[in-house]
Design a protein around this ligand. Structure first.
Ligand SMILES: C[S@@+](CC[C@H](N)C(=O)[O-])C[C@H]1O[C@@H](n2cnc3c(N)ncnc32)[C@H](O)[C@@H]1O
Length: 199
């Protein structure tokens, strides 16, 4: 679990002390504190979920069903259904909808492996966000919430406009636990305009 790159990082050490699988837990905690994205009873889909620290936080926020999906296998999280695979693939999306036909909240902290080429990485990250949005639009109930990691730069504004077409309220939020110098941010989109009635 310990990534030597972050070993000296204060939040990394805090996460280890508090039993979280990664420092990413604090990003969701901050998003939740500021925007109250998850409520008790929500059915939640978490995309790009490994190693599972958002799932750990989620189990303390909702008693509803929680499904986590990642390319990488991860250790079980009590009360959570885990799927291993690529959420942008139709077969995996069918599998997700079989298990969770509708969700009130879809979260995506998914990020591609970085190549080191800034523009290429930016384009892949935005494209992953678009995949998450397309999937969310098929599974969210009316009025639902979508939170997606993105990166400010080329293509970001276009993606933001696309998100705004689907939700009544859209904010860009940068948790303080985000690493200094990173262009990472989260789009917090509420009140999904499509979808069916809550199930
Ligand atoms: C920053 S990590 C997520 C951390 C997680 N939120 C946590 O709290 O532990 C990003 C994850 O996105 C996953 N990922 C990237 N592309 C994906 C895809 N197409 N389908 C599923 N998972 C993907 C990666 O495997 C990686 O584990």
């Amino acid at each position: 679990m310990t990534n030597p790159r972050w070993a000296g990082d204060r939040l990394h050490r805090r996460a280890a002390q508090e039993g979280y699988r990664s420092r990413a837990a604090y990003k969701l905690r901050e998003i939740q504190e500021r925007h109250r994205v998850v409520r008790e009873g929500d059915a939640v889909l978490d995309l790009g979920a490994a190693p599972g620290s958002w799932l750990q936080v989620l189990t303390s926020l909702t008693r509803g069903p929680v499904v986590g999906v990642d390319l990488q296998a991860m250790a079980p999280v009590e009360g959570v259904t885990l799927l291993v695979g690529d959420f942008s693939q139709p077969a995996m999306q069918d599998r997700i909808r079989e298990i969770l036909p509708c969700a009130s909240v879809v979260l995506s902290d998914a990020a591609p492996k970085l190549s080191g080429n800034r523009d290429y990485d930016q384009a892949r990250a935005v494209s992953l966000g678009e995949d998450a949005l397309r999937l969310a639009a098929t599974i969210l109930t009316r009025g639902g919430t979508f939170v997606v990691k993105s990166f400010q730069g080329d293509l970001f504004e276009e993606f933001l406009v696309e998100v705004k077409r689907h939700f009544r309220s859209v904010r860009v939020y940068r948790p303080s636990s985000t690493r200094k110098g990173s262009r990472e941010c989260y789009i917090v989109a509420r009140h999904f305009l499509g979808g069916r009635e809550p199930c």
